[in-house]
Write a protein of this length. Structure first.
Length: 134
């Protein structure tokens, strides 16, 4: 089993008519003046390829960490249905980020890392407010 591609985006959509994937706002960095902060929704996408003689059903775990702290762990079951490639689209409906640093999204098959994607988390200064005189 190997991972061909993985990313995290604000949206990932599968077109039911032609079975194509579209993604928008691929996430590379978040900036926040305060912590913790909430990311309301995001999607993890991976394209996996198996050996042609392998079984069709697999179990994975998607582990999301902020630095080394595990935020969530999501079990995933997939069926390749006699095909060599399979796409995983995992919707995460709200993620609280406690600290600056990075968020790692890692897909495991048992203890084997299939793929990983990281987002940089940066603490910025407070918003600047200009004084307006009337």
């Amino acid at each position: 089993m190997k991972c061909i591609l993985s990313f995290v985006a604000e949206g990932v959509i599968r077109d039911a008519t032609v079975n194509n994937i579209s993604a928008y706002n691929i996430l590379e960095r978040f900036s926040s003046p305060g912590f913790p902060f909430l990311i309301p929704k995001l999607f993890f996408f991976s394209l996996l390829e198996k050996e042609s003689e392998s079984e069709n059903k697999f179990s994975y775990n998607l582990v999301v960490k902020n630095n080394e702290q595990v935020l969530i762990e999501i079990p995933i079951e997939s069926d390749f249905q006699d095909k060599n490639r399979n796409r995983q689209i995992v919707e995460i409906g709200g993620l609280v980020v406690p600290y600056p640093g990075k968020i790692d999204f890692t897909l495991y098959e048992g203890s084997k890392i299939l793929c990983s994607y990281s987002i940089e988390i940066v603490k910025i200064g407070p918003p600047q407010v200009d004084k307006i005189e009337s």
